[in-house]
Design a protein around this ligand. Structure first.
Ligand code: ADE
Length: 230
């Protein structure tokens, strides 16, 4: 069973439209839509925004739905000049930029007393996602790199620069690394796929409103192909 976590209702409902025999279960105010797509068992859910929602959602997928992999889709702010609005970022790994135990002598982003703080995405899923991007032929850039997550919508240059300097991220969003950590703790492979909606700078607010739709369309087009190929 493949778990798909989306940040947006529109995205999850478009994936659910492809399913047959849909069964809905609501747990912790999240509605899990289970069904089959092309003979594959899939459960798609909108987690809600932020790391707590995302981690809870992943744990429910593991405990109740016994998923064997998790894909997180959604939108993100770009952290690199060459990554434009509409482009796709496929995670190589994910970390939490707002994990800060520096006062205890840990490096920024390091989770105290855990062996791992930077969670490595599944190679096979990443390869399939790259192939799906080529097949989708959306005429956009596809980039593979680090996703940095935190409970912050980044809308200023200084914070953006701090994320770049400290973490060398490709994009920033609010769920991916929490999903990655929960997947890691359950021994489940994961992948984050994000379409860029803004540049995480002073124009992020305006760009987000304008380009959210376009970014979602790109990620849904890609997901449809990816699910068929998994
Ligand atoms: N998701 C989309 N754009 C974002 C941004 N600028 N910061 C955090 N999450 C985002």
């Amino acid at each position: 069973m493949l778990g798909i976590i989306g940040a947006m209702d529109e995205e999850i409902s478009q994936i659910a439209e492809l399913m047959t025999d849909v069964e809905e279960t609501t747990i912790a105010e999240m509605t899990f839509k289970k069904g089959t797509i092309g003979g594959k068992e899939v459960v798609a859910v909108r987690s809600g925004i932020g790391k707590v929602n995302a981690a809870m959602c992943t744990q429910i997928l593991a405990t109740y739905f016994h998923v064997d992999s998790v894909i997180n889709t959604g939108v993100a702010g770009s952290l690199r000049n060459e990554i434009n609005i509409g482009d796709i970022v496929i995670s190589t790994d994910a970390l939490q930029h707002d994990m800060d135990a520096t006062g205890f002598g840990y490096e920024l982003g390091v989770i105290p007393r855990m062996k791992v703080s930077t969670f490595v995405a599944d190679d096979r899923l990443a390869k399939l996602a790259k192939e799906a991007c080529i097949e989708a032929n959306l005429g956009i850039g596809v980039h593979c790199g680090r996703v940095v997550s935190g409970d912050q919508f980044i809308t200023d240059k200084a914070t953006k620069q701090r994320l770049i300097d400290n973490f060398d991220g490709y994009c920033t969003e609010m769920e991916g690394a929490a999903i990655a950590q929960a997947a890691y703790l359950n021994g489940i492979p994961f992948l984050v796929i994000r379409a860029i909606s803004d540049k995480a700078d002073d124009s992020a607010n305006m760009d987000y409103s304008e380009f959210e739709r376009h970014a979602i369309d790109n990620s849904v087009a890609l997901m449809k192909i990816l699910i068929a190929n998994i």
